[in-house]
Design a protein around this ligand. Sequence first.
Ligand SMILES: [Zn+2]
Length: 200
Amino acid sequence: MPTRYKAADKRTGVAVRRASAEFQNLRLRFRPDHLNVVLLKKYTKAMYARLEKADREMMIAIAMATYDDLDREGAAEVVDGVLSAYDPVTGYVYHREVIRKRDRLVESMAAAQDRAAMQEAISRAQRLWVAQMKQFADEVVDAAMIKSYRDAGIGRVRWVTVPDAKRCTRCAELDGEEFSIDDIPSKPHRHCRCYVVPVE
Ligand SMILES: [Zn+2]
């Protein structure tokens, strides 16, 4: 049932295009021959802040689309909970990782000897940004869904593995297992689109 993540897929498509435009501007603006690192740092700081802010708004919209009864404030709380906590799936805190990825981009651009190397550094940063954004958008879906169960007084859930999701072979043994809502295991891998359903 991949429709569960439809709210995320629709909106991350827009975010992918936004990231693509931002990274393209970066490609056009900086060249390895006269690279001004101070300017580059300033530019990427503002750029990543814009991306982070826009993606947070997108994730708030995803939370509201996933759980109809959430207002903006409640949705922001869900999103900020996901973005500010240590994430067991990725092994990092979102915001800290954004800064780390940005600093690595600046380093690799500064180290680039030619135009091709610089383009590759930017493309790599773009891929990493998009992968991170999609991962956390899915986690916002999960968090909003679990909050909706909790608010409805549901105490137990059952793990559902999407049978056609090739990436989720590692989740097969969790399929059909029941858990207390306070004790749901972390997703075993990135891009996992398994989900839990209430046990009546
Ligand atoms: Zn899975």
